[in-house]
Design a protein around this ligand. Structure first.
Ligand SMILES: [Ca+2]
Ligand SMILES: [Ca+2]
Ligand SMILES: [Ca+2]
Length: 347
């Protein structure tokens, strides 16, 4: 036992010392940032380690990243063709989903042709204007919460590929949304239709996709990003219609990144499962879960008791008034006790 401990300590010390040498790449999961506001031609002038010092293009970040790193792309329109290079990385949004737009009409948006598997993830981005938005050649990446609109082909899957697409929207693509054999598509809105659990073909009612506005219409509220530097500030516009893609994502996904009312279920598309998700007309699945975290337990108890003792609610909408009779009292407390230890299906 003593010898084993010594060996472990020695190996750890060795690993630390090896990490000090630049030729050894150590397995530290890094977070890289991409910021379109930085000058486009000079990748090397930026570290990519913060939003302010973000790389000027997404491909700069892919080139720099190693396996298990995450690339946060900050808002803006990026005219690029991307190659994942077989790296086990996640590309996602830093705030409002970025638009990856075709630099020319023959361009391919994102190419997976170096053995990518489901540890290679593209999420929370919009792909628009490409000949082919996503091309898989013998690969099986995970593609979730993307909006793929106004391309010729949305996803082209070839040579034994089996990409897994979920919680996404494919709309206004000229010749086909999903082309080729092998894709598994679930909880997605596909204009031309595609077989798979939870898929729909209803008009997603995006705000104005031809003007670059891909958010989902909602009578309850469509988010407008006011500021995302010091703190996230969002205001809401109210529409005449509500998108069928709201609360139509995978019901087993944790929806708590969406602001309330979220309906307790993620939305499809690039904005789904982010603070900028369009708001829901559906109630949270259990009104006794006052804290909206998916369980009824001490969190909720403390909020209720605090409001009860004070004689009023602290939080907007008075969630502690579980039965909505304008009082926080024993009736609400008894509902909470009845629901004690309830868990949402995604918990
Ligand atoms: Ca929702
Ligand atoms: Ca709770
Ligand atoms: Ca009450």
């Amino acid at each position: 036992m003593c010898r084993l401990t010594t060996i472990v300590v020695a190996l750890t010390a060795c690993a630390i010392s090896l990490c000090a040498w630049p030729q050894f790449v150590c397995a530290i999961d890094e977070e890289y940032h991409v910021n379109i506001d930085n000058d486009f031609d000079v990748c090397q002038e930026f570290s990519g380690l913060s939003r302010e010092d973000g790389f000027p293009s997404i491909q700069c970040a892919i080139d720099e990243a190693g396996d298990y790193d995450t690339i946060f792309v900050w808002p803006g329109v990026y005219h690029e063709e991307l190659d994942f290079q077989g790296k086990k990385i996640r590309i996602t949004s830093g705030s409002a989903p970025p638009i990856i737009a075709a630099p020319d009409p023959n361009a391919i948006g994102v190419t997976f042709f170096t053995g990518e598997n489901n540890e290679c993830v593209l999420s929370h981005v919009i792909l628009a204007g490409f000949e082919t938005a996503i091309l898989c050649v013998g690969t099986s990446p995970l593609i979730e919460h993307v909006t793929v609109a106004e391309n010729n082909v949305g996803l082209n899957s070839q040579f034994g590929s089996s990409p897994y697409v979920r919680n996404s929207i494919f709309w206004f693509n000229g010749s086909d949304d999903i082309f080729g054999i092998g894709p598994v598509v679930e909880y997605s809105c596909i204009e031309n239709g595609y077989a798979g659990t939870g898929n729909i073909t209803d008009d997603p009612l995006m705000e104005n996709p031809f003007a670059g506005e891909y958010q989902l219409l909602s009578e309850e509220g469509r988010a407008i990003l006011i500021d995302d530097f010091d703190e996230l500030i969002i205001e809401y516009e109210f529409d005449q219609d509500t998108s069928p893609c709201i609360d139509a994502g995978d019901p087993f996904d944790n929806p708590t990144d969406e602001w309330q009312p979220s309906g307790g279920r993620v939305n499809m598309g690039a904005y789904g499962n982010t603070p900028l998700a369009s708001l829901s007309l559906n109630p949270w699945p259990n009104p006794a879960d006052i804290s909206f975290d998916g369980t009824v337990d001490l969190d909720d108890y403390y909020i209720l008791v605090e409001s009860w003792l004070a004689g009023y609610c602290f939080e907007e909408g008075c969630e502690a008034d579980i039965n909505k009779d304008d009082f926080v009292n024993m009736l609400d407390f008894s509902i909470l006790m009845d629901e004690w230890l309830w868990e949402a299906i995604w918990f």
